[in-house]
Design a binder for this molecule. Structure first.
Ligand code: ASP
Ligand code: MG
Length: 454
């Protein structure tokens, strides 16, 4: 069993949907569950329609509903060859739009948009895209079963960001999904589910990846494929490093590091259910279907050190505090730092203590330096506007000496480069360099050219 999830840009319009059908026709897997997002931009439009209704502008609200309707009807008009299937698809679209408009009318009359109703509104995006896709597949001789994800993805009642109930999902997969799934392909929706009272919920914006992971985990799938609009996970930000390249395989821990330090990769939380069940997750590009993509594995089993990517998180602050008077003082300083971070609502990025030095990294804010200078008597050095260069890869722990030597070698060749701090992270998959923000891009490019080794 394979789970193939296609995001909004992969099913944006008729052409993109036909492209997905080609991908499915070329797929050799025995059974495939296709998880679809709404067509690109539709979820935003649904939200706008609901907000206008709530704010009393029913005309503008209906205008958005009509745009949504037209977008989907145009796919049917341009892509179908079989009139009967086209008619069925149109009738389903019209019914959904009728229901949507009724809900918008209700919001308008009550002057109220509850989180519960908002989830029902959101659900039309995925219902529409998946229904049209179901008929379009039939039109192109690809037999399939359409499955209502709300019957499978059981969640709590925390509308707009519902928490999936994995035991209930496993039951529903067994009792509903598998009994309805008698073709090679089943088509369902990402993002939407329902609570124990059968009320529509959503998993939070961008939640379709999570749907794919939940289904993959419940079905013990062989692989989950997340089809998107980039070639996979890159070795650097292509806006900074022109020759950034796709990483072939990467561990989940690296994905977490990359996401934490600001790379635009998929949110690691969304694939956790799959990783937890040791199911490989592949990121693929529907605009370039023959590229290999990036395979995310729960853990690696090769023993060599590999350096995969270099990224920089800008606008950070680095504080070093020298504490010479023992542990009581350490406790006090830690409390003060905590307080400063909390009251300034900063995100703490890293903290470590060794050899009388406390090192703290957080998101930059100039409020904090005054606060700390006034409240902490001990010896502080504070560097604002630093960047954290994060080097990720595999098997760093046993190779720290080598990494250290490589880095000092490379950076010593550029004598004006200022490194404030070198930090090792316990995850075994990253090393951090705290550098002057103005030099960050140059350092990233230099390291990318010289130490990436795959
Ligand atoms: N359609 C939803 C969104 O735009 C869910 C998703 O695409 O993952 O957030
Ligand atoms: Mg998405």
């Amino acid at each position: 069993m394979h789970i193939l999830k296609f995001g909004g840009s992969s099913v944006a319009d008729g052409d993109r949907m036909l492209n997905v059908i080609n991908i499915l026709k070329n797929a050799e897997h025995d059974k495939i569950i296709v998880v679809l997002s709404a067509c690109k931009g539709i979820t935003d439009k649904l939200e706008k329609a609901a907000n206008y209704a709530k704010n009393g502008d029913i005309d503008l609200s209906h205008l958005f509903a009509n745009e949504i309707s037209n977008h989907h009807l145009a796919i049917i008009d341009t892509c179908f060859s079989n009139d009967i299937l086209a008619k069925q698809a149109k009738s389903d679209v019209k019914n959904y739009i009728f229901e949507l408009k009724n809900l918008l009318e209700g919001i308008y009359l009550l002057n109220e948009l509850t989180v519960m109703v908002k989830d029902s509104i959101f659900s039309f995006g995925e219902l529409l895209s998946s229904k049209i896709f179901h008929y379009l597949c039939l039109d192109k001789s690809l037999e399939n079963n359409w499955i209502d994800a709300r019957k499978i993805i059981v969640t709590d009642s925390n509308f707009n960001a519902a928490f999936p109930l994995s035991d209930k999902i496993s039951e529903a997969v067994e009792n509903i999904l598998l009994t309805q799934f008698n073709e090679k392909i089943a088509i369902t929706q990402g993002f939407i589910g329902s609570d124990l009272l059968s009320r529509t919920t959503t998993l939070g914006r961008g939640g379709s990846d999570l749907t794919a992971a939940l289904l993959g985990a419940a079905l013990h799938a062989d692989e989950i494929q997340i089809w998107t609009d980039v070639d996979g996970i890159l070795s650097a930000d292509p806006n900074i490093v022109k020759n950034a390249r796709t990483i072939n395989d990467i561990t989940y821990s690296e994905v977490k590091d990359l996401s934490f330090w600001g790379a635009k990769v998929l949110h690691p939380k969304t694939i956790f259910p799959a990783i937890d069940e040791k199911i490989p997750v592949k990121i693929l590009n529907s605009f370039n279907a023959t590229s290999n993509g990036t395979l995310i594995l729960p853990a690696n089993n090769n023993t060599q050190m590999q350096i995969h990517s270099i990224i920089a998180k800008k606008q950070c602050g680095l504080m070093k505090i020298n504490i010479t008077n023992g542990n009581n003082l350490l406790q006090m300083v830690v409390n003060e730092v905590n307080h400063a971070i909390e009251s300034n609502k900063l995100q703490l990025l890293y903290a470590a203590y060794s050899n009388s030095n406390l090192v703290v990294l957080f998101e930059f804010s100039n409020k904090i330096s005054n606060y700390l200078q006034n409240n902490i008597v001990e010896n502080i050095t504070y560097n604002e506007e630093v960047a954290v260069v994060c080097i990720t890869g595999q098997n760093f722990k046993n190779n720290l000496m080598k990494i250290n030597a490589d880095l000092s070698n490379l950076l010593s060749m550029q004598s004006d480069i200022k490194i404030y701090q070198l930090l090792y992270v316990f995850s075994d998959t990253s090393v951090l360099l705290v550098v002057d923000e103005s030099q960050a891009d140059r350092i990233v490019r230099h390291l990318h050219d010289t130490i990436i080794n795959f």
